[in-house]
Design a protein around this ligand. Structure first.
Ligand code: HEM
Length: 177
C-alpha cells in the first residue's frame, strides 16, 4: 500500500521505473530475480518505500538484560527500551526532505544503488530483528517490478479509486506535500 500510494504522488518515478524495466525485459516478458542487479531504480524505490512509511515506526519494545549507561543516561536492568525507527529514518541530516518520497536518495552519482545499513531499523533491533526481512526484500522487489512492468498505476477519478486515495491520506497524512 505504501508503494502504491507513493507512486500515485510521483508519476515521474513510475515512468522512470517503467523505462528501466522496459530496457531490461524488452516489454516481452515479466521481470525475474535474475534481472535485479540491472534494476537499480526499482531497488531504490523499494528502499524508499521502507524508509518513507516504516510499517512499525516504533518497532517492538525490548527490555535490558543488564544495567547500562548510554550517552550519560543510566538505564537500569529490566527497563523497556523503544527504538524510534521513525526518527532514525526521518533524520533530515541523513535524509534531506525526509517527508518527500524520493528514491533518488538511494542512487549514487555513478547510478549504482546506495546501500544504507540504517534501513534495517525498519525491521527492529538486535538479536530479535525480524527474520522475515529477507522475505520482504524479495517480495517487495518482485511485486514492484512486476506491477509496473504491466500496469500504469493512476489515481481514479470519482468512484472507488478516489475513495481509496482518501483512505490512504487518512492513514499516511497529507500526500500533497
Ligand atoms: C515489511 C514487512 C515487515 C516489517 C516492517 C517487519 C518488522 C518487524 C519488527 C519491527 C519486528 C520486531 C523486531 C525486534 O524485536 O526488534 C519483527 C519481528 C518478527 N517478524 Fe517481522 N516484519 C515484516 C515482515 C515479516 C514477515 C514477512 C515475516 C515472516 C515471513 C516476519 C516474521 C517475524 C518474526 C517471526 C518476528 C519475531 C522475531 C523474534 O522475536 O525473534 N516479519 N518484524
Amino acid at each position: 500500500m505504501t508503494f502504491l500510494t507513493a507512486i500515485l504522488i510521483r508519476p515521474d518515478i513510475q515512468k522512470r521505473v517503467q523505462d528501466e524495466l522496459d530496457a531490461v525485459t524488452g516489454r516481452e516478458r515479466l521481470p525475474t530475480f535474475e534481472d535485479r542487479p540491472k534494476l537499480p531504480f526499482v531497488e531504490a524505490v523499494c528502499k524508499e518505500t521502507l524508509r518513507w512509511r516504516p510499517v512499525t515506526p516504533l518497532a517492538i519494545p525490548h527490555a535490558t538484560t543488564k544495567s547500562d549507561v548510554y550517552e550519560g543516561f543510566f538505564i537500569p536492568k529490566g527497563s523497556v527500551v523503544i527504538g524510534n525507527t521513525w526518527a532514525i529514518l526521518h533524520d533530515p541530516d541523513v535524509y534531506p526532505e525526509p517527508e518527500v518520497f524520493k528514491p533518488e536518495r538511494f542512487i549514487n552519482p555513478d547510478g549504482s544503488v546506495r546501500e544504507d545499513p540504517a534501513l534495517t531499523t525498519a525491521f527492529g533491533y538486535g538479536r530479535r530483528i525480524c527474520p522475515g526481512r529477507h522475505f520482504v526484500d524479495a517480495t517487495l522487489f518482485i511485486v514492484v517490478a512486476s506491477l509496473l512492468s504491466v500496469f500504469d498505476i493512476k489515481r481514479g477519478r470519482g468512484g472507488e479509486g478516489s475513495g481509496a486515495f482518501e483512505y490512504l491520506e487518512t492513514y499516511t497524512g497529507d500526500l500533497t506535500r
